[in-house]
Design a protein around this ligand. Structure first.
Ligand SMILES: Nc1ncnc2c1ncn2[C@@H]1O[C@H](COP(=O)(O)OP(=O)(O)OP(=O)(O)O)[C@@H](O)[C@H]1O
Ligand SMILES: [Mg+2]
Length: 230
């Protein structure tokens, strides 16, 4: 269980302060698929970065099974990120001079896991092991980044606009891969998106507006990547 309590965060200095998170409280259950929706600039990415330990809040707490990650030393926070969470962004951030296999293996090595071939198969890239990122389509590159994030078997996967750079067909395919992997491995998933339709795949939908959570809905009948509109 992840518990976020009274989290605030501002950017800028004290003369020119931009409050971005204005008191966020939420609970995320193990194995949940949470989608965070909200207008551009409402603080979605900042929220994601704070709950995942990429950034520190100004106040409030973020606990994983009772352990407050905002209180960890830098080195403890680094191990937490390495062992517990995985990230997928709109940009794939693959290493251009490494093959598909090496990019994914790097993710696995980070956390001392070695069985990364399974995950490459699961995202349908076993035929592309020796290719370089520049030789792949956008959807294939995003599947490499999914495999890299999941090769280390995180408990929680954070995704910020994972389909933002993909066309509809490729976007659906990438979501279908992610969703199948979540069903199999049962990690918790928190995804930021602009696409309201994707929220229909989630169990929980958090609406943000101007640095606050304005609504939380649960969805009893999530749809598949091929059932939702786009
Ligand atoms: N590192 C930063 N330094 C200064 N301001 C920032 C920084 N990151 C975000 N902001 C500002 O904080 C506000 C919220 O940004 P954030 O990226 O969280 O929004 P978002 O909801 O993810 O938007 P989008 O949908 O466009 O990605 C914006 O006004 C943004 O300009
Ligand atoms: Mg964003």
């Amino acid at each position: 269980m992840i518990e976020v309590k009274d989290v605030t965060k501002s950017y800028g200095n004290k003369d020119n302060k931009l409050p971005v998170l204005k008191g966020i409280t939420a609970k995320i259950a193990d194995g949940d698929f949470v989608v965070i929706l909200g207008a551009s600039g409402s603080g979605k990415s900042t929220f994601l970065n704070v709950i995942s330990g990429l950034e520190q809040p100004d106040s409030g707490s973020v606990t994983y099974d009772g352990r407050d990650i905002t209180k960890l030393s830098d080195s403890a926070l680094t191990s937490f990120r390495k062992d517990t969470v995985g990230f997928i962004f709109q940009q794939y951030y693959l290493l251009p001079n490494m093959t598909v296999e090496k990019n994914v293996r790097m993710g696995a090595d980070l956390a001392g896991k070695s069985d990364y071939h399974e995950i490459i198969k699961a995202v349908g890239l076993e035929g592309k092991l020796k290719k370089y990122p520049s030789e792949l389509s956008g959807g294939e590159q995003q599947r490499v980044s999914i495999a890299r994030a999941l090769a280390k078997k995180p408990n929680v996967l954070f995704l910020d606009e994972p389909t933002g750079a993909l066309d509809e067909e490729t976007g659906r395919q990438v979501l279908a891969y992610i969703s199948a992997l979540q069903k199999e491995h049962r990690f918790t998933m928190v995804m930021v998106t602009h696409n309201q339709n994707i929220a229909r795949m989630a169990n929980t939908v958090i609406q943000m507006n101007s640095g606050r959570i304005v609504q939380i809905d649960t969805n009893e009948t999530p749809e598949t990547a091929y059932e939702i509109g786009w």
